[in-house]
Ligand binder design. Structure first.
Ligand SMILES: *Cc1c(COP(=O)(O)O)cnc(C)c1O
Length: 335
């Protein structure tokens, strides 16, 4: 399908800013760092770009109830719930609370938000995600309840994964290329969770003939090799969906070693990188995703991974910062 003909809901109304970070760049002592402020999207982050396409699909399918799943401290479920409300739909959610064994849904900010916005049903599980949402027994149970009400159900993929959701970042690539013009950066650094954000950017930039490297910093503790295989597969699926040629294998670059003890478990070095950006530029990052990508970026600069006279763009994927668990950081020394 031709990219420009894919309908979207219009939640992303204008390009997010691409800003220079002069004081942060100076503090790192390497290339000029710029930041793409997707944290300033409504609802605060990258999920909105994916849902711009996915919710349009749900509306066109005539859905009354959205059923989806996500892990603790991933804002996917919350944003789906709020958008469902905005569209006059119901939302039934599965919370996969496996990231941190100390996490308790009953006392979590997620629970408070689900109840504030009136989620229609919530199921929780401590099992790690396996298979698509529609194949989860809990999601099937939610579907039966929705059907009993006479509702038509739309299964929203976990984290907005899949080719349609990735189109959100094909569009972000268009924004970026228009914003930097002839001043092409050496690289973009972004978090890599499920990898759809990175895959969308890679395919989107290739579509425009731009060869800027997109480096995904792992936030879940997966190995470089595992991430590459997954992102490459998503690039392949997306390119096929958009009738584009496949991207070469070497277009996918992922780095490991910056995820602390694993998903939703921050580490001290990461906290110090977060402090540095907050104190030099007044930009907050979150402990689960953007803070880890930022830590990866600072280490790559320190190791000389980028030309000192070049430019690097940090994609701030946001994530409803204030709602994340900053208390987990009080155990560390400040930077
Ligand atoms: C979900 C999420 C990510 C990860 O995006 P993927 O496309 O799954 O790699 C990164 N940052 C934030 C803030 C997120 O909520």
């Amino acid at each position: 399908m031709e990219f420009t003909s894919i309908p979207r809901r219009g939640y992303v109304e204008q390009p997010t800013p691409l800003q220079k970070l002069p004081r942060f760049s100076e503090a790192l002592g390497g290339p000029e760092i710029w930041i793409k402020r997707d944290d300033l999207l409504p609802f605060g982050g990258n999920k909105l770009r994916k849902l711009d396409y996915l919710m349009e699909d749900a509306v066109r399918a005539g859905a009354d109830t959205i059923i989806t799943a996500s892990t603790n401290q991933c804002c996917h479920n919350e944003i789906v719930l709020l958008l469902a409300r905005r569209e006059g739909m119901r939302a039934s959610l599965v919370m996969e609370a496996w990231g941190d064994p100390a996490y308790r849904f009953a006392r979590s900010p997620e629970r408070a938000l689900y109840s504030l916005a009136g989620a229609d049903a919530v199921e929780t599980t401590t099992a790690p995600p396996s298979g698509p949402v529609e194949s989860m027994p809990l999601a099937q149970r939610l579907r039966e309840d929705a059907r009993a009400r006479g509702d038509s159900v739309y299964f929203m993929p976990r984290g907005g994964a899949g080719a349609l959701g990735c189109c959100g970042y094909v569009r972000a690539a268009e924004e970026l290329a228009a914003q930097w013009g002839a001043d092409t950066p050496a690289a973009i650094v972004c978090p890599c969770g499920l990898g759809g954000t990175q895959a969308g950017l890679i395919v989107g930039l290739h579509r425009l003939g731009c060869r800027t490297r997109v480096i995904g910093v792992g936030v879940t503790g997966k190995s470089e090799a595992e991430m590459r295989v997954s992102v490459l597969a998503q690039c392949g699926e997306l390119a096929k969906f958009l009738d584009l040629p496949p991207v070469p294998d070497e277009a996918v670059q992922c780095v490991e070693g910056y995820a602390g003890a694993g998903y939703a478990k921050p580490c001290g070095e990461q906290y110090r990188a977060m402090c540095r950006l907050a104190r030099t530029e007044g930009v907050l990052t979150d402990p689960v995703y953007s803070g880890k990508a930022l830590y990866g970026l600072t280490e790559l600069v320190r190791r000389g991974a980028f030309p000192a006279d070049g430019r690097v763009v940090f994609l701030h994927t946001g994530g409803m910062n204030l709602y994340y668990d900053y208390a987990a950081l009080t155990q560390f020394e400040e930077g």
